[in-house]
Write a protein that binds this ligand. Sequence first.
Ligand code: HEM
Length: 158
Amino acid sequence: MFKTILAVTLLTASFAALLNPLAASAEEVKKADPESIFARVGGQAAIDATVDLFYTKVLADDRVNYLFEDINMNAQIRKQKEFIGAALGGPVAWEGRDMRRAHRDLDLTEEHFGAIAGHLAASLKELKVDDKLIGEIMAVVASTKDDVLNKPKAAGAE
Ligand code: HEM
């Protein structure tokens, strides 16, 4: 599935480059570091497919879906794709709310976090991302936990 998405994206990008050489050079400047998790997982197309699958799982899970009842899911899905792209080393910076602020009023617990992280790992697995890379991605996700759960910051941390 990734390969098809990637092929379509690459084809579209090459046609766009043929039609518009300026767009092509701008694209060049914004290329992701080939060593980044972002590049190794298959770029934004792979992340988009993962996040789409992830939210079908989240919305089917009664442990967490009630939290999204009043949320505009199209916007949420778009933001999550942007956030994860940036967090994995993609070329576009995250300009939305920081994780502490975004989750501050939700009263989230370790169980909520575990459910969400589990759906993300399961989505990556289902899309055939290799286990080592899934481990690297889940370490980045885990690094957001204290902020998402609004845990008090350690003394001395800004
Ligand atoms: C696992 C790490 C997580 C990441 C990386 C993450 C990422 C994000 C992002 C990027 C946003 C949008 C922020 C914005 O509006 O600018 C967001 C909002 C939200 N997240 Fe998370 N999230 C995580 C965990 C969770 C968990 C555990 C829950 C609940 C089970 C949750 C529920 C929500 C909800 C309900 C919103 C919408 C808040 C609003 O618009 O008022 N998130 N999250």
